[in-house]
Design a protein. Structure first.
Length: 390
């Protein structure tokens, strides 16, 4: 009854340029999630840990980063847990691949002939663990972009070396109308024809499992989310292969290891009294594990002036990352307009006509610009002291 730890997309060494000052903290969090993932393997007494690509965010990593990963993997091998990994699309098996430049096995302190750490490549397509009655195939393309499916013409029908058959792929399963293009593509029909017991996948950053024929497949997702829409990230899978009443049964259990969360808040500008009130309201959501996206919409009253950059700076230490976007539109004038033959009357009527035309042609940017001009112009005409021109 082999037990497997299935993980993927650790993206160790990612730069996270979009996070600004929080980038260093996020890299540390990813490494911490990697450590927790390995802890899950030890706690669950797995026999083999599968790392299905993109262990590193790119092939351009300093030696120290690779050494840190190798030292962490040694925590598994020291306990007799075998590690099998494949290159992905970020750390792909190109000429300058990190797996060609560095020998992870030697960096983990293992002898050259040890089977405790194996990198599967086109030259080393599988590994057999006789004591587990298990063979693991690495379906790895020779380049970042595969010209054909890694499962094209692949079958385990003639496999006689082991009872349990598992494969690893870093790529996308074709879903008509949703996923039809990517660097590495394969189909559910090919999965069903493979005869595999379990297909361990990487590349998609959110958790997803399924069945194709008699083959169970799973994407555990990235160890930490890498984008706002990856709400299913932050997990690894513990997989059990067993036989019950003469039938093969594959059980896939998710275990959470990531701590980063993404959140979105929509605020109505009519409810925002001032910038200070906005800061106080957001402070109530403070969480060092949260990347929060705040959008202010609706119609803003004349005196509301929000400096979104200042709000983000003031609350920077309270969140992993905070982004505030002010998309509120200026309020239209209330009550009767000034006479048409006055400067104020002509100005306001002209801009109202521009707003109506822009809205009629669905030009939201032009409509918003005209609304802002109308609001600012009204304030200048009523009392120039209300406006600071920079």
């Amino acid at each position: 009854m082999p037990r497997l730890l299935h993980m993927a997309d650790a993206h160790i060494g990612a730069r996270h340029r979009d996070l600004g000052d929080a980038a260093v903290r996020q890299r540390e969090r990813q490494l911490a999630a990697f450590r927790r993932a390995l802890d899950v393997g030890m706690t669950n007494r797995v026999d083999v840990a599968l790392i299905c690509g993109d262990l590193f965010d790119s092939n351009a990593q300093p030696r120290r980063t690779v050494e840190v990963a190798a030292i962490e993997l040694r925590r598994l091998t020291d306990k007799g847990i075998r590690v099998v990994l494949i290159p992905g699309t970020h750390d792909c098996y190109e000429a300058g691949s990190i797996y060609r430049v560095f020998d992870l096995r030697l960096m983990a302190g293992l002898s050259e002939g040890s089977d405790l750490l194996t990198v599967l490549t086109p030259e080393r397509p599988d590994v057999l663990f006789g004591d587990l009655d298990l063979v693991i195939y690495g379906r790895v393309p020779a380049t970042k972009r595969a010209s054909r499916s890694p499962l094209a013409d692949f079958t385990t029908a003639g496999e006689s070396r082991a009872r349990w058959r598992v494969a690893m792929i870093h790529g996308s399963m074709v879903i008509p109308g949703k996923v039809e293009q990517d660097d590495v593509l394969f189909s559910s029909t090919e999965v069903a024809a493979s005869g595999l017991d379990y297909l361990a996948l990487g590349h998609w950053h959110s958790w997803l499992t399924g069945q194709a024929g008699t083959t169970t497949w799973a994407y555990p997702g990235a160890l930490e989310p890498m984008a706002l829409d990856q709400t299913g990230a932050g997990r690894v899978a513990v997989v059990t292969l067993e036989e019950r009443a003469g039938e093969r049964v594959v059980t896939v259990e998710p275990v959470t290891v990531g701590r980063t969360r993404f959140g979105a808040v929509e605020l109505d500008a009519a409810e925002v009294v001032s910038q200070a009130a906005l800061v106080n309201r957001l402070m109530g959501l403070a969480d060092p594990d949260l990347i929060l996206d705040v959008r202010i919409g609706g119609v803003a009253h004349d005196r509301l002036d929000i400096d979104t950059d200042a709000v983000s700076r003031e609350l920077a230490s309270s969140f992993l990352k905070l982004r505030v976007q002010d998309r509120a539109v200026a309020a239209m004038p209330e009550g009767p307009l000034p006479p048409q033959d006055t400067i104020a009357g002509a100005f306001m009527r002209d801009l109202q006509a521009r707003i109506a035309a822009a809205e009629g042609s669905s030009d939201d940017d032009a409509a918003e610009e005209a609304r802002e001009a109308l609001q600012l112009g009204r304030l200048l005409l009523e009392d120039p002291r209300q406006v600071d021109l920079v």
